[in-house]
Ligand binder design. Structure first.
Ligand code: B12
Ligand code: SF4
Length: 479
């Protein structure tokens, strides 16, 4: 059997505070097993290094380098794969040291360590979301024994490994995004069990019901990762993954709440597929404590909300005193201005959002009346300050907010320009020149004070609560 090692390099402060299960590596490990190339070892740097207090976070890098050195010294691995997930926090540097928000220098240190300590015959393969967004930032200058895979690795990495083991020449960079290969599945019981030991946020666990969203919104790097089209997973396979997760959960002594996220680019596109999955989950009798997903705010209908409610989507136990379960449903609206939505490349308009909100209100309102929910709250997520934003477009967005009357509005006030996106093409020559300029976070410039003034002018007076952290605003109603 070949000696294959997969390393999860996600040692970011986020992964310390909000651990995310290394779904990608679990899927790849399963793909190697299916191809009779297993067992494959996973080195999860953050978990293998053990917990660190907030004040000791700076020690994570050194610990991880030690772990990499130790693992590489164990044997001359045939193949070492490194998963490079996060490039940055997506927030402009707020306060504190830059490494809290920008991870390329740390990742480069890990790669340097592998270059120095791996056996000269070991083939190194890079992949993961961060790598897929800017492969050259990682691969440039590395030895000829290094390769990279852009996009989902289940098919491409196994193929590459077979070629390497057979001694045939292999391409330096494989673009696997957009290929219709089988999507992996959660299969590593021990690793899933280990993550149940960790403090769980909204959803440490994730699983994928498809790849791709089929859109190309101006600012978004997701199509660079998963390609321009969609590849769907059979609902039955999703059920099998959830069954496994439920079994591992049921055998865990502490029984923390079982929450997960459909880690798709967009879960409800195509809507029928999302519904088929929820129906299959319900039919299988699987009841998580909660789940959530990223959604397209248009095309959400009553049936979707009914299925989401029945399967505990976006619900949680209510606060003390209220009892029962509550639902908080976030709509990723981005803008209420059709002109800006067009500029963003969004396929929906403000009217579609209102239709979705109406369907949500009917379903959640009926559930509250029946006593199934103790309360239901609505959230909007907005992205303000995209190139072309002005007082008229902010006024239109405020009009949509005033009409839909969400309980909470989260506003993001800065957009990072990722290489290869429509926004990057649009801003080349103004905000950046060479590809290398975009390796460091570059944000589309905005006048935050001006936007705040317009928001205050056009939002209903009921929205009288405002909290601000860096480029994020949280606006609430006092009524
Ligand atoms: C779901 C998701 C989340 C969920 C995760 C929930 C969960 N329990 O897993 C939540 C909301 C918690 C989250 C949080 C964050 N996320 Co996020 N997230 C995603 C999303 C949409 C999907 C990731 C995923 O799990 N996919 C499913 C798995 C199966 O796929 P995968 O990891 O990509 O692995 C596949 C391939 O990449 C490849 N592969 C992976 N490793 C390797 C290794 C080798 C050797 C090879 C060959 C291939 C390979 O094969 C795998 C199988 O197909 C992506 C965007 C996207 N469309 O990919 C952003 C994304 C990964 N997130 C990102 C970021 C920045 C964050 C946050 C820092 C945001 C924040 N400020 O809070 C935090 C970090 C959290 C942490 N602990 O690290 C960025 C990372 C890139 C970047 N810009 O830096 C992305 C790309 C989005 C973006 N805006 O650009 N995230
Ligand atoms: S913003 Fe959403 S719909 Fe648009 S390209 Fe990104 S993932 Fe797809």
């Amino acid at each position: 059997m070949p000696d294959i090692l997969l390393i999860d390099t996600n040692t970011t402060p986020f992964n310390e505070a909000f651990p995310v299960y290394p779904i990608g590596l679990d899927y790849l490990q399963g793909a190697f097993n299916d191809a009779d190339l297993g067992p494959v070892e996973i080195l999860d740097l953050t978990r293998a290094g053990g917990p660190l207090g907030r004040e000791a976070l700076s020690r994570r890098g050194g610990r991880s380098l030690d772990l990499i050195r130790q693992k590489l010294a164990e044997k001359p691995w045939d193949l070492v794969g490194l998963s490079l997930r996060n490039l940055d926090s997506t927030y402009p540097i707020l306060d504190g040291p830059a490494e809290l928000h920008y991870y390329l220098p740390q990742l480069s240190q890990y790669l340097d360590c592998v270059a120095t300590h791996a056996d000269p015959k070991t083939r190194v393969v890079l992949g993961g979301t961060g790598f897929s967004i800017m492969p050259e930032a990682f691969l440039a200058g590395r030895p000829a024994t290094w390769h990279g895979v852009v996009g989902p690795g289940e098919g491409a990495l196994v193929e590459l490994a077979r070629g390497i083991l057979a001694g045939s020449d292999q391409p330096r960079l494989i673009k696997a995004n957009g290929r219709d290969t089988a999507i992996g599945r959660l299969q590593n019981r021990a690793l899933l069990g280990a993550y149940l030991e960790l403090p769980q946020g909204e959803g440490s666990f994730g699983l994928r019901s498809k790849t791709g969203c089929g859109q190309a919104c101006g600012y978004c790097p997701y199509p660079l990762i998963n390609g321009p089209k969609q590849n769907l997973k059979d609902p039955g396979e999703v059920v099998e993954e959830l069954r496994l997760l439920s079994e591992v959960h049921a055998s865990h002594p502490a029984q923390p709440p079982l929450r997960f996220m459909f880690a798709d680019d967009i879960f409800n596109r195509p809507l029928d597929h999302a519904k088929a999955i929820l129906k299959a989950v319900l039919a299988a009798g699987i009841r998580p404590d909660s789940w959530h997903a990223y959604l397209d705010p248009s095309g959400l209908d009553r049936e979707f909300f009914e299925l989401a409610l029945a399967s505990q989507g976006w619900t949680r136990p209510g606060p003390e005193g209220l009892g029962g379960r509550v639902m908080f449903f976030p709509f990723d609206v981005e803008s209420g201005s059709d002109r800006i939505l067009r500029k963003l490349g969004k396929p929906y308009r403000a009217q579609d959002v209102l239709a979705g909100v109406e369907a949500w209100r009917e379903v959640s309102g009926a559930a509250v009346e029946r006593g199934e929910l103790a309360a239901a709250g609505l959230g909007f997520h907005l992205l303000l300050g995209y190139p072309g934003e002005d007082e008229a477009s902010i006024a239109e967005t405020c009009r949509l907010v005033n009409e839909a009357a969400p309980d909470q509005v989260a506003v993001q006030l800065a957009v990072r320009v990722y290489p290869g996106t429509p926004l990057a093409r649009q801003t080349q020559g103004q905000l950046w020149r060479r590809d290398e300029d975009l390796r460091q976070p570059v944000f589309a410039p905005i006048d935050e004070d001006q936007i705040m003034t317009w928001l205050r002018r056009h939002l209903d007076a009921a929205y009288d609560r405002l909290a601000r952290k860096g480029n994020m605003l949280l606006i609430g109603r006092g009524d």
